[in-house]
Write a protein that binds this ligand. Sequence first.
Ligand code: ADP
Ligand code: MG
Ligand code: ZN
Length: 642
Amino acid sequence: MAEPNRGTTSPVSSPPHRSLFWWVVFLALIIWNIWSFLPRPTALALPYSVFVAQLTAGNVARVNIVGDQLTGALVHPMAPPEAPAGEAKRPQPSTTTAVSTATFSTFRTTFPSVVGDPSLMPLFAAHHVIVDVETPSAPWFMLFLSNGLPVVLMLLLIVWMGRQAASSQAGLFGFGRTRARRYTEDRPKITFADVAGVDEAKADLTEVVDFLRNPRKYQEIGARIPRGVLLVGPPGTGKTLLARAIAGEAGVPFFSISGSEFVEMFVGVGASRVRDLFVQAKAAEPAIVFIDELDAVGRRRGAGVGTVNDEREQTLNQLLVEMDGFDVRQQVIVLSATNRPDVLDPALLRHGRFDREVVVPLPDWRGRVGILRIHTGHLHLAADVDLERLARTATGLSGADLANLCNEAVLWTARHNRTEVTMQDFDHAWDKIVLGAERTTALTPRDRRVLACHEGGHAVVAWLTPAADPVRKVTIVPHGRTLGVTEQLPTEERYNMSRGDLVARLDVMLAGRESEALVLGDVTTGAENDLIHVTRLARRMITRWGMGSLGPVAFEANDEQPFLGYQLAQGRDYSDATAARIDQEVQRLVAERQAAARQLLIAARAKLDSLAEALLADETVTDEQLVGILGSRPTVNPAAAL
Ligand code: ADP
Ligand code: MG
Ligand code: ZN
């Protein structure tokens, strides 16, 4: 395989300077063509009779005969013939008074080859004129250059344009070429050291880096490395940065393109761009292909109408084809980033495609300190700058927000002609970014308190309810549209759940809101998602699984709101009276579980308060820390687990 031209930034397949050369040649020929048609002002055009008169007068030094064309040099330069001998009888137009005073030492004339002139040669001999005769073969060549060449050039141009169009598969002039930018060694290298606060994601990605560094090691033992890795996380958390860091760590070419660049202007372009991108990457392997904002091209197919969707579907299909077409030995890894994994086409996430998902969450305060350190590393900081204090108050800010914060602080410093960045500058930047017009997910102190209380409630009930899934982590760092998260990890894969399990779920989900009510004396909108899930689960328990007082009856209805366009048919097999009873039963079940959750929280109020405090201080509390705060978990009640 040909060695790719490492170290260049331009992936364009035909170098631009080569076509430039041809343009210059083309232009030069055109100019020469025009020039050759311009009359030569240096030779005086003489009527044949005047020429003979000059010859007889002994004023001709030499002649050059090419066919019937005579050119030559005069002995004494002469002016253009005004009233030459032999034409004196012709009436002179009055306008010729203004005669050029220029004189000429060379002339040309045309020999009357039709009649011939046998007296000419004796005249040449008599006046000792040097005669030079050429066969008229040169003009054939000149004629071709001046007349034939433009035609040939035009033909070549047309052929060239046609080939360009054909090679790019779409449109004129290569619109279908990939816009992928190739970052290689010559750029400032980004490594994992430039990315902070995403340690779990980095750990997940070290395997990919290791594979790219020495692929042979993996190939020899026959290991299958994931082809596609999907980075998922809210905007500005460093997904793009992380992808470039992987390339930097592994020291391989990095082809980057944004999903939205695939979908542009012309139909069919996106698909050919995908093809082109992969051709380039395979030629440069080991390499990374990075598709940023995958959701722009990878949206669920079949939803919506119109050409834009057709175009996107073609692009997506091509992407799937390329990813499936990988040889096992191919050392190309496709990275991708999105903040909307929920809208992606399921086909993209299938085995062999983007089957590995790496979550890039918003950073917690330790991560934020790290990010602030990175972005202030090159600055001159005053002694009073307390990055940790800054980081602790910045709950909810992303890496990009923090980078922006640092930059605003420096700008403010520079505007006041200082070189040292002070805490005041940071405070000013904070006001501008967090409290100003720019909307971020930054939490106010009140938000943090509500969240700590809410998540604490979920966690305490989950901890103290034996049938609930174990709590792995509690955090008040915002996650997507839901704010905090209480992560529960099912111990084993559940195919079948008992009523006890489901009731425990209801308790845990309701506990967030109950905790707010209990501790703060009021409820907030933060429980919206919880309530949606609670209602849905309770309804299913009653209508599908016969777990209410209506008996073991399944009431068929599409109680889940289907995705628009997928299941439009709605219908139910029971009466309105039954529907009313179901609604009552759902409410009764939820109210019962609400009371139970509340009871549990009241009993464990001290634990709840200390967990909330821990969350406020540390933002994230893991299961090991939970043991310290809440005591060890009660053992599973065998009756409830059944
Ligand atoms: P995303 O692709 O997730 O939307 P980016 O990678 O484009 O976010 O991040 C934008 C900028 O924010 C980066 O160039 C970097 O300066 C800064 N940034 C974001 N996350 C981090 C991080 N974890 N560590 C350091 N800098 C970060
Ligand atoms: Mg990005
Ligand atoms: Zn909640």
